[in-house]
Design a protein around this ligand. Sequence first.
Ligand code: GLC
Length: 426
Amino acid sequence: MRKRLLGLIALFYIILNTTNAQPARSDSARMVWFDDAKFGIFIHWGIYSVKGVDESWSFFNGYTSHDSYLEQLKGFTASKYNPDSWANLIAESGARYAVLTSKHHDGVALWQVPDKGLNVVDNTPAGRNLIKPFVEAVRKKGIKVGLYYSLPDWSHPDYPLEARDTYRYKNDSLRFKKFLSIQRGQLMDLLTQFNPDLLWFDGDWEHSAKEWDASDIRKNLIEKSPNLIINSRLQGYGDYATPEQGLPVEKPKDRYWELCLTMNNSWGYQPTDNKYKSADQLIAILADCISMGGNLLLDIGPKEDGTIVKEQADILKDMGRWVKKHQKAIFGSRAGLPAGRFDGPTTFSSDGKTLYLFVPNHAYGWLPIKGLNKKITHVKLVGDGTNLDWYESGRAWWSETPGIYYIYLPESLRDSSMSVIAVHLK
Ligand code: GLC
């Protein structure tokens, strides 16, 4: 009798718990905003902007000593840091999310880490938390917040640095464990204090998933923040792929991906690097990314005082003009036609009823679309609304094979960067 009673109580307990259990958010539900956002701004801000050298890598690769690299701590002032003007600029660019480096491989955190490790509050003239005001300013504008976090910390005494010929230590699992628990503390603190929408890991290549305890990191983070999105650099435990610098030439296999890209050749502020891509080139790259179902995360590197140089601000503003005019074709869009069907990037609206053609400025006149096996109802120029002329040629009444559609873009109606045409389908 007692046994049966206990059994019944246990059964009740199980039923209660299963009905109360919070359904885990499916990956696709978590990824919705990211999938629709298409354009984000990456911000590399750290002490490397003082001398204008490579972030972290300059000492790792032996171009400068660790000591002289860290001297930059003394020059990092954030004296003109105005997060609202950053947020305004990001909003003006049309980007829907922004990712700030909370801590690069050099280990200098932009907030006061709970373990009292290197940070700009305690160790630089900036003397204050730089992440919080950023998060608040950006959120006010409706922009999603991402924080970059380097797994390796090349300045931490308990991190097994193996740069060039210098080994801090090798194969000391207890010491590495100590480091990992500090790291976990920092990560949880980032979530508690700033509640980011996205965590952008970097440097996972230095250790295996098992060594980092990557699956447990993920589990911990998602438990605390069920909507959090995590990039791929967590040794297989992320949500989306992050090709870097090289634009994929074929549609990546990953369902979600994001190209991270510098505006010139540097992530951080480097006054000697003037190799800026033009706004038009960047617009074309953005169009290529979304045409293949991905996002573009475009980087800026503020100066140590927190100002953003004119070259970078101008690029964002120029892109913003174009992005806003054509937002229908960008945000919430899905990958377009397979390569070879149209001479330019394309996207589909999420309901598949509109095909958007991105036409490089030098192209106009009769533009062919091949292999489109759907009937067109009408064609309009995006951001302008003009009806455009079109016809189908070469479709035989007895054949399933589509003909070629020709759409007429008058030279006078071209956008100065890239025109976008909405092809409405039956
Ligand atoms: C690289 C570099 C780093 C940069 C990052 C951005 O992995 O280590 O310096 O911050 O890419 O994608």
